[in-house]
Design a protein around this ligand. Structure first.
Ligand SMILES: CSC[C@H]1O[C@@H](n2cnc3c(O)ncnc32)[C@H](O)[C@@H]1O
Ligand SMILES: [Zn+2]
Length: 439
């Protein structure tokens, strides 16, 4: 007796990510109700399942959808406005003034839509976002059909969005209440950074995160100056300060963690924190090289993030995988550091773990959501192919992404994006913002 499924995907290679290291040749994934119900040999799949739709991927590798653990999606509209500056000059001289002039709910909705389109087209099925007007970002992610964890942001300085740290949190959590129970949306609490958030606000963040069981998403130890300033202002390093305030825990995602010494790594590991590594942003802002091999050796889950499009300037996790692998090698002068399968795990399952979502996403396993990405390896420059994981990290780019599914729904089909908003409409929106920003 055949069993009915909605979708059967036959792929030349499937890389499930868990179990670690395995590559399944000529296998199939069966999907029903947005969930993976089986992963099996193609002959067995043909005998067992009758599918409403069958997708043949004879020269492709199928992987879990990529998880972008740190971004500021709406900053896609600020792409290229300020290059070649270090973090603090970049923020203070260019980005914060531009944000104070232009960022409102419409900017965030349109910028997030543009970013979601770019991310989905490049195989990213989930992102963890941190920006002003989270209610507008949430609306855009839902419209794009992208899975997202939206940050209820907070910091000390007032903006047109919110007057004080409490006001930021109140507004962010109201957005969470509105979208409670949506299958694609989750929320985090996102204090911007130790240098923009007071002790009192961190204590409040901690209380709320505990009460509402939400992740905490915070920039941490990004530059050497941040550490020096914290020592001068608080008499301790930022992570030690957060530990003292009770903010460190298994729900904390520390973004960057570039300048971490042995005591910082010990604190992160002891409290079960995760790290979002953003290699391209760290290189472009010349922040430094995060000691990823040492973080991993300490058992800290390290996911990958693009950061925003104004410091990257792409929202491309295939690029981040390659940069993570290469930067770890040059940073440690050890060519064995962050091999290809580790970079892929960071871009998928480790990101999912950091978000507390590894029971639902991050690997191709029975029972998980059908968030999947296929890359085509037909052209001569992708041959020979002895190991598709090596190709994913060291050869492919996002141009290889041919298909994307989120919750079993097709979002990219044979390289064509199936977003509700088409490219012509997106271009019209962006050109309107470019005109406004230019003035
Ligand atoms: C309060 S919303 C987020 C806030 O963060 C700024 N930002 C973007 N990238 C970085 C980064 O790498 N480090 C610190 N802050 C960053 C963004 O412009 C918003 O103001
Ligand atoms: Zn950031």
């Amino acid at each position: 007796m055949s069993e009915a499924v909605d979708l059967l995907i036959n792929a030349r290679w499937i890389v499930p990510v868990d179990p670690h290291d395995s590559v399944l040749a000529d296998h199939a994934v069966a999907i029903r109700g947005g969930r993976i119900v089986d992963v099996l040999d193609q002959d067995a799949a043909r005998a067992r399942y009758v599918a409403d739709k069958v997708v043949e991927l004879p020269r492709h590798v199928l992987i879990p959808g990529l998880v972008n653990l740190h971004t500021h999606a709406a900053m896609s509209l600020l792409r290229g406005i300020a290059d070649d500056l270090p973090l603090m000059r970049w923020l203070q001289e260019a980005i914060w003034p531009a944000e104070s002039r232009h960022v409102d709910a419409a900017f965030v909705r349109d910028g997030t839509l543009l970013a979601a389109a770019e991310m989905i087209r490049g195989g990213i099925t989930t992102c963890s976002d941190m920006y002003f007007h989270p209610e507008a970002a949430a609306e855009a992610f839902v419209a794009a059909g992208m899975r997202a964890v939206v940050g209820a942001v907070t910091l000390e300085f007032p903006t047109s969005y919110a007057s004080d740290p409490e006001d930021y949190l109140r507004k962010g959590l109201a957005a969470r209440d509105r979208w409670q129970g949506h299958p694609l949306l989750g929320f985090s609490i996102a204090p911007h950074a130790p240098y923009t958030v007071s002790d009192e606000s961190f204590r409040h963040v901690q209380t709320l995160a505990d009460e509402l069981e939400l992740p905490i998403h915070v920039h941490i130890h990004e530059t050497a100056q941040e550490i020096a300033d914290s020592l001068a202002a608080h008499g301790c390093r930022p992570l030690a300060r957060l530990a003292r305030l009770g903010v460190l825990g298994s729900n904390l995602i520390g973004v960057h963690a570039v300048h971490v010494d042995a005591s910082d790594i010990e604190l992160l590991a002891r409290h079960g924190c995760s790290v979002a590594h953003c290699p391209t942003s760290n290189m472009k802002l010349a922040s430094g090289i995060a000691p990823v091999p040492r973080l991993l050796a300490a058992g800290i889950p390290v996911g990958l993030g693009t950061d925003g499009a104004a410091s990257n300037n792409r929202l491309d996790l295939l690029q981040e995988m390659r940069h993570a692998a290469l930067l770890a090698k040059v940073g440690s002068l050890d060519a064995t550091a962050v091999p290809a399968h580790v970079a892929l795990r960071m871009a998928t399952l480790d990101g999912a773990r950091a978000l507390g979502m590894d029971d639902r996403i991050g690997s191709i396993e029975i029972g998980k959501c059908a968030d999947l990405c296929a890359l085509e390896l037909s052209a001569p420059q992708y041959r020979p192919c002895f190991d598709p994981v090596s190709h994913l990290v060291y050869v492919c780019g996002r141009e290889n992404v041919s298909h994307v599914w989120i919750d079993g729904e097709t979002r990219v089909d044979k390289g064509v994006s199936l977003l509700h908003i088409n490219d012509t409409e997106l271009l019209r929106l962006v050109s309107m913002w470019q005109t406004r920003l230019g003035n």
